[in-house]
Write a protein that binds this ligand. Structure first.
Ligand code: SF4
Ligand code: SF4
Length: 437
């Protein structure tokens, strides 16, 4: 059985850092820590300019159920609280911390001896307090995702190791280098949800990860009592890592339009998130750092690195030996769904999976020609939409017609644009139409 979904595209992988081990964290000259790095209400600052903080201290307190705590990623003095640009938002209240020299920058991890016997509520409280959010990009608070409303029956957990975006390899490296930790994180999640079936979905261009997790699973099945864990090798196809497509590929269930994975009895977590949950529960470690991929044709030494949250993109590039050629476009996330930046003075946030530095040659937009009605975009759209028809309605400002044809279900994956032989910027029309609606 081929584990895959309907539609999709095959962009070049460009996984330049596939076999590059994760480099150790470096300490930035300053950390700019946004108080809104997550879906939901921003955290409230609990520090003031002039305060001294140590790594791991709370700097922003969550302000509701769908919100998240924010912690100091380095030790030092709070030198400024101001509205900073972030990779996804133009102005977010942010706490700036600068080391004064001589501080201990290591987080003092204390192994929790009772990690294996904590109750569901205790686990959820630890995950909430540690500020864990989805590390795949949307940054949805993990404790909320792990608390489905009463009446929702969850029978399956899926770990998303697809990493279908070109260039990115941070999840791949985590799976290769930390498979036991990921499986322990998975064990915590299945305990919280009371679920017996767990799947780890990995595209078939990452067989090293399939192997590493398979070996780890064999050696530690005693740590997952009563849980059936299946490592599922998925066809390499974009956007395999999108939740709805992943669920379709693995469980053959279809999440209804406007619905959530829990509507079909399942919860999906990203690999990085599960690793962060493991560290929070076993070592009382808040989310102060994460693995990212720094890559692209302009980077002298593409790498997977652990960075402290709040590190500026500019400082990361300098640390990796600068640029081989001048970047003309800097994308946070992958090149398909990532966001182009207008400045390199934006910090890495919890949802930053990678930074891609692209050259002039990489970003040339091919000349657009007329639609030849080939139907390729319809064949490609994983949501079963007709991008060409939707584009025509949007062009004519017929937004109610576009809405009736499901334009709001477009999740802006860009696969249709990638496959269009006429190089029509279909996604621009989707975005415009959705914004108008
Ligand atoms: S219409 Fe939207 S969901 Fe469909 S392929 Fe294009 S960008 Fe992706
Ligand atoms: S893929 Fe491009 S050329 Fe083909 S039908 Fe769609 S919009 Fe037209």
């Amino acid at each position: 059985m081929a584990y895959t979904f309907y539609g999709g595209a095959h962009p070049s992988g460009n996984k330049l850092t596939y076999d590059r081990p994760v480099k150790k964290v470096f300490i930035p000259k300053k950390a700019v820590i946004p108080l809104s790095q997550h879906t939901g209400s921003p955290a409230d600052p609990v520090v003031a300019v002039g305060d001294s903080v140590t790594v791991g201290a709370l700097v922003g307190k969550s302000t509701g159920f769908i919100s998240s705590n924010v912690h100091a990623s380095i030790s030092g003095k709070v030198t400024r609280i101001f509205y900073s640009p972030t990779p996804n938002l133009p102005r977010v209240l942010s706490v700036v911390i600068e080391p004064q020299g001589g501080e201990d920058q290591e987080f003092k991890a204390a192994r929790r001896p009772d990690a294996g016997s904590l109750s569901k509520d205790e686990l959820l409280a630890i995950i909430r307090d540690a500020g864990i959010v989805g590390l795949g990009g949307a940054a949805f608070p993990a404790h909320v995702k792990l608390s489905p409303p009463k009446g929702k029956i969850i029978d399956s957990v899926i770990l998303n190791g697809a990493e279908c975006e070109p260039y990115l390899t941070c999840d791949h490296r985590l799976m290769v280098e930390k498979p036991k930790e990921i499986l322990r994180g998975l064990a915590l999640i299945t305990r919280i949800l009371g679920v017996k079936d767990a799947y780890i979905g990995i595209e078939d261009n990452k067989l090293a990860a399939v192997y590493a997790l398979g070996q780890a699973l064999k050696s530690m099945s005693g740590e997952l009592p009563g849980v059936n864990v299946k490592i599922v090798t998925l066809k390499t196809k974009y956007p395999q890592g999108a939740e709805k497509q992943l669920i379709r590929s693995i469980l053959r269930r279809t999440v209804p339009a406007g619905g959530l994975p829990m509507d079909v009895g399942c919860i999906v977590h990203n690999i990085g998130t599960v690793f962060a949950i493991y560290e929070a529960v076993y070592f009382s470690k808040p989310l102060i750092e994460r693995v990212i991929t720094v890559t692209g044709s302009c980077v002298r030494e593409p790498a997977n690195i652990t960075v402290r949250i709040g590190t500026l993109i500019r400082d990361i590039a300098d640390t990796l030996g600068g640029f081989a050629k001048e970047p003309k476009k800097v994308v946070v996330g992958g090149p398909m769904m990532g966001i182009a930046q207008y400045t390199m003075d934006v910090p890495v946030t919890k949802g930053t999976s990678g930074i891609v530095f692209l050259s002039q040659e990489d970003i040339v937009r091919p000349k657009e020609s007329v639609c030849i009605r080939c139907g390729k975009c319809i064949e490609t759209c994983p949501m079963g939409l007709s991008p060409t028809t939707l584009m025509n309605h949007v062009k004519k400002e017929q937004f109610s017609e576009a809405k009736a044809l499901g334009i709001v279900n477009c999740f802006e994956c860009g696969a249709c644009v990638y496959d269009c032989p006429a190089k029509i910027p279909l996604l621009d029309y989707m975005k415009y139409g959705k914004a108008k609606i």
